[in-house]
Design a protein around this ligand. Sequence first.
Ligand SMILES: O=C(O)CCC(=O)N[C@@H](CCC(=O)O)C(=O)O
Ligand SMILES: [Zn+2]
Length: 331
Amino acid sequence: MLDQWLDITLDGTPPVRSGVLAAYGYTLHAPGVVEIIPAKQAANARACVFSAAVHGNETAPVELIGELLCAIEAGVLRPGAPLLVMLGNIPALRAGVRYIDTNLNRLFHRGLATPGDEPDRARALMAQVDAFYARHAALPPLHYDLHTAIRQSRYPRFALAPFSNAPVCLAHWRRLAAAGMQAALCQHRHSWTFSHYSRHYHAAEAFTLELGQVAPFGHNDLDALAPMLALLKTLAGGGTPAEACTERMAFFRVVQEIRRESDDFHLCFADDTPNFTAFAPGTRIAHDGQGGDTRVSGEPLHVVFPNAQVEIGARAALLAARTMAPGAPGK
Ligand SMILES: O=C(O)CCC(=O)N[C@@H](CCC(=O)O)C(=O)O
Ligand SMILES: [Zn+2]
């Protein structure tokens, strides 16, 4: 069943809703939401949420989670931790597009009152996460929301830490370094993404993980993601993840968010500029008919997720400053 989970989700016709095997039980709680409960919970187990396809055209994370579920189904991986696997935007996944009406990854807020299919899906996903963490309240909560980026990147694999007053534990960064993440970006304010939801409302170890560039199914470089798959398997098995020195990663903090305020908006650099490209102080980055010009001030800043085509009022780019690696000598 688990190895056909993507097909079942896309067809919308699950043959069975739950099952019990020797090593684990599973329950389909909702379309695209499956929970795996180990027969024997490991001592180091965390309550693990792995989500993918919050943007429907980001296929590498779906393939990666498919590999994980196949390993469990084949008996190669014995679950040792409760695991909630979620596919975010199923209609967008079917259509191979980022979203249908609005960006699902801006809607994860308990006060969300907007009507519509994507807001309804955000409410359903938030409720599933709440119920899962409540069922496993004795375990540390963890949420990896897996994505791929629209553009090329100077660091193809990078982690975003949602805004929080509590710093990220050094061990969490060290795990991501061992899993092949090449950079980290700490958000400077609430952003109402799915990983932010778990961090903000559940104090989970939560990250958005960018795992390369958007590509159609079958065109993703899963070899580059082998260390990340190993981390997902270790967490699902309830094991102790490998750690590596944080100096392997480049660290950044967001200092400014550029929003598109009007139709008359453009970015002042080439469309193929990779994520994390640095711009010197004084450089004009964006022009908006309503908001005016945005220029780099103070220190060189690195542009991340530039996208002039976003909805009016939405984030069109982040500007980030380089910081020291946490735990590096001298810190
Ligand atoms: O490449 C892009 O422009 C967007 C890739 C993407 O979907 N990124 C996430 C990041 C979430 C966060 O800011 O934590 C998003 O934009 O939702
Ligand atoms: Zn995404």
